[in-house]
Design a protein around this ligand. Structure first.
Ligand SMILES: C[S@@+](CC[C@H](N)C(=O)[O-])C[C@H]1O[C@@H](n2cnc3c(N)ncnc32)[C@H](O)[C@@H]1O
Length: 426
């Protein structure tokens, strides 16, 4: 049987060619508040910026149904566009909120200086006036040395005593990245893999790492505040568009959606929950251990679901013939995806745009054309497909690698391109 890529001849397939001007190979992706915190499969700010330039305008309302760390929200705000984002991962919501919240710079400077003075004393004179908070982190001794736990607990106690919520969030974001850096998680891994070079007695410079992140993020926030129009805001929520839209957001109220959905379920693609677990637990978020189960594709669906899309049914049949469980993962994800798009499409005004940055994942050798499916589902909701831009993903930013054969050490990079699918509501 031919691979699905060879047989697709839908109208959406016609005009796809790579546009290298969207690669942004040399771009600084860490400017403004984009420097705040790393996260798996982040959108390139320049991609969001160009989409907004092409399809948005001042005074619009932008919505991102999978906002992650808020890349599109930041980019909207600097173009005088108010933004709404939602994400089920509490860590992502924290980062997105902090990245889009201006703080008076004198206040921020003085709070950072206070922390640096305090941490200097804690480090060298052992003066600890705040009670330590060491929460119930699963297998804490496996992931952190005792000394590191004490220091993180001291910082958390300090943060909890900060009076202002915006400052608290700003500090929590730096704390979250610090947690990751001082843990025994292998650097450069999104999954929870312990480094081989750890030492249980090793004393990490926890306060120094935290302080330098605060300083770095302060500069990013100053740059953001300088270019962000007054009165332009972002609101970040935790609702699930797969299930529905809360009634505080009106139908037909959004001008543009700019988003990058997950590529598939967390178990077989990017494990956002696993990546965030330690930080989510340190920060006391109740759903810390549930995140990957509640994200798209996390709920298992029936084996035999039929979609309206023949392209998708065809791909699933091919996967089923090789691995019925993997086919079920795919069904579970795309049922959620379809339902999310149907709900999101109701929010968009007539004449408004849906801009989805998607990846076409390969399962058991079958490439699923998510870009075409996205266009197809939006067309079934009263939209017209305008264009699909294909961009290279520079190799160092590959969204994920997997082990298709489940042979240890044998990985394959599964995606080389990203597709920016643009549809307009009629
Ligand atoms: C590709 S990432 C988005 C990255 C984001 N554009 C950025 O630059 O940080 C996809 C996000 O979708 C979120 N997600 C997955 N399923 C979701 C759902 N049903 N509702 C809301 N968010 C969801 C994940 O937690 C993850 O943060």
């Amino acid at each position: 049987m031919k691979e699905i890529n060879d047989v697709i001849q839908t109208k959406f397939a016609v005009s796809k060619k790579i546009d290298e001007s969207w690669d942004f190979r040399k771009a600084n992706t860490k400017e403004l508040t984009h420097c705040f915190h790393s996260y798996p499969a982040m959108m390139i700010p320049q991609v969001a910026r160009r989409i907004i330039k092409n399809y948005g305008k001042e005074g619009d309302v932008l919505f991102d149904p999978y906002c992650g760390t808020g890349t599109s929200l930041v980019e909207a705000n600097i173009k005088n566009i108010s933004a709404i984002g939602t994400d089920l991962n509490p860590l992502a919501r924290l980062i997105a909120t902090a990245k889009t919240t201006k703080i008076n710079s004198d206040l921020l400077n003085s709070e950072i200086n206070n922390f640096i003075n305090y941490s200097f004393k804690s480090n060298f004179q052992n003066k600890k006036s705040y009670s330590k908070i060491i929460p119930d982190v699963t297998n804490i001794d496996y992931w952190f040395s005792k000394g590191t736990q004490e220091k993180l607990g001291t910082i958390l106690g300090y943060i909890e005593n900060l009076g202002n919520d915006s400052i608290k969030n700003f500090f929590k974001v730096a704390f979250s990245e610090t947690v990751r850096d001082v843990s025994f998680v292998k650097s450069g891994e999104f999954k929870m893999v312990r480094t081989k070079n750890f030492c249980h007695e090793e004393d990490k410079d926890v306060f120094g790492i935290m302080s330098s992140k605060l300083e770095r993020n302060k500069l990013g926030l100053e740059d953001f505040s300088a270019v962000c129009a007054n009165g332009t805001k972002s609101a970040v929520y935790g609702f699930d568009t797969v299930v529905g839209i809360p009634n505080f957001i009106d139908s037909n109220s959004v001008d543009i959606v700019v988003t990058s959905p997950p590529y598939g379920d967390s178990r077989t693609t990017v494990a956002y929950g696993q990546y965030s677990r330690l930080a989510n637990e340190w920060l006391g978020y109740e759903t810390a251990n549930q995140v990957d189960n509640i994200l798209m594709g996390g709920r298992k669906r029936k084996y035999d679901h039929k979609f309206d899309s023949e392209i998708l049914n065809d791909a699933i049949l091919k996967i089923q013939s090789k691995d019925i469980q993997r086919a079920r993962d795919v069904i579970s994800f795309y049922e959620d995806y379809e339902s999310s798009i149907k709900n999101v499409s109701k929010l968009i005004k007539k004449g408004g745009f849906a801009c989805y940055v998607v990846g076409n994942r390969t399962v058991k050798g079958v490439t699923i054309p998510t870009d075409e499916l996205t266009a197809e589902i939006f067309e079934s909701c009263g939209f017209v497909h305008l264009e699909t831009i294909v961009r290279n993903i520079p190799s160092k930013r590959m969204p994920y690698r997997n082990s298709p054969s489940n042979i240890k050490g044998k990985t394959s990079s599964t995606m080389k391109h990203e597709y920016i699918v643009v549809c307009k509501k009629l």
